[in-house]
Design a protein around this ligand. Structure first.
Ligand SMILES: CNc1ncnc2c1ncn2[C@@H]1O[C@H](COP(=O)(O)O)[C@@H](O)[C@H]1O
Ligand SMILES: [Zn+2]
Length: 346
């Protein structure tokens, strides 16, 4: 499969953490301004393959958060990330990010969110050919009061942004905390009309996953350990299949974090072969030195997908987006307008 074809294929990105998507160029720009020593540490981490384990990845987020501790940096990261996805021919992007308060820089959770919304609006004003939506993330180590504050902010900014904020993500180090404690607030978020894209079973956790699945989230991030062979259970698989809950699958992320032993064993194959809705995503394109086109190419090469398969995989993601029907129709016509040309030319 040519990377070029995957680049030319219009794409939907549904699982991208803002601070994990930051490119080397943006890191350099921000870190050099702030503290060149920090840049040295970050550069070492950013050399491909240095992430290596889930633990290392979460160490990298700590470093990145040191440079994204003010609204100006958050704006720059969001602005650059949107441009980078757009340059990779992503036509629809859902960014997710965990709002942070940093008293020393005067950043509040509200100004954090507003900086991202401003970047989205400015890219829109530039007529960049990409629709961007935004999910507020709850870190799974957060307690109920923080989670509730995030849901309140999501509801408020969904209204104020005219529908750019669409929902809630649950993320954070999967080996820390217990998502069961957050179930009541996640249920409430759904009741209030927010969409839920939840990291689930990134590592084995049958009971927790059972509890969270009862909410029937709108999409699942990773779902690596749902299957009994991966430390899950048949009951979990059956629930996800029965409700056709779409999966956001991030191949490179899982291999680097070692939650999947080798890309050949990636659970993409199991779900894809059953015709289950699967979206190929990057997770953290900066931290994992990847792009959405590279992820499609990797899936194609690993699982023997044809150009038509890749095209269909990308097209089917449109039905999984958290946007109104009109946006879906627009995207579908965009895909269809280049389909026969792209699929027939070599
Ligand atoms: C690798 N697999 C993963 N599993 C779980 N959570 C992840 C993640 N990758 C990223 N995050 C979550 O996203 C945050 C960084 O972006 P924001 O500061 O929110 O923009 C991380 O701190 C973590 O909470
Ligand atoms: Zn993620």
């Amino acid at each position: 499969m040519s990377l070029d074809f995957c680049k030319r294929t219009p794409k939907v990105e549904l699982h991208a953490h803002l601070n994990g998507s930051i490119s080397r160029e943006t890191i350099e720009k921000l870190a050099m301004k702030k503290n060149p020593e920090l840049y040295k540490d970050l550069r070492i981490c950013f050399d491909k393959g240095k992430a290596e384990t889930l633990d290392n990845v979460f160490q990298m987020f700590k470093l990145i958060h040191q440079i994204s501790d003010n609204t100006e940096a958050i704006y720059t990261i969001a602005y650059d990330v949107i441009h980078e996805f757009s340059a990779d021919n992503v036509k629809y992007l859902e960014l997710r990010s965990t709002p942070r308060d940093v008293p020393s820089s005067g950043m509040t959770k509200s100004s954090y969110i507003e900086a991202i919304l401003k970047a989205i609006e400015d890219c829109h004003k530039e007529n960049l050919d990409i629709v961007v939506k935004f999910l507020l993330a709850i870190d799974r180590r957060n307690d109920l009061s923080v989670a509730k504050e995030t849901v309140d902010l999501a509801e408020r900014y969904s209204r104020l942004s005219g529908g750019t904020v669409v929902g809630i993500d649950l993320s954070g180090d999967p080996t820390v905390g217990d998502a069961c404690t957050l179930v009541p607030i996640l249920r409430d978020a759904k009741f209030r009309g927010l969409k839920l894209a939840l990291h689930l079973a990134e590592v084995p956790a049958v009971e927790e996953t059972e509890e969270v699945l009862k909410i029937l989230p709108d999409r699942i991030g990773h779902g690596t350990c749902l299957h009994p062979n991966a430390g899950g259970s048949q009951g979990l698989v059956d629930t996800v299949l029965q409700h056709r809950i779409p999966l956001e699958l991030c191949l490179t992320s899982n291999v680097i974090c070692q939650t999947v032993a080798h890309v050949d064993n990636h659970h993409f194959k199991y779900w894809y072969d059953q015709g289950h809705p699967c979206a190929i995503c990057t997770d953290d394109k900066g931290v994992f030195s990847t792009s959405l086109s590279e992820e499609y190419c990797l899936a194609a090469e690993t699982f023997g997908l044809t150009r038509k398969d890749i095209w269909t995989l990308s097209y089917n993601c449109i039905d999984m987006i958290f946007a109104e029907e009109a946006v879906k129709q627009d995207l579908k016509s965009k895909w269809n307008s280049v389909k026969s040309y792209e699929l027939n030319c070599e």
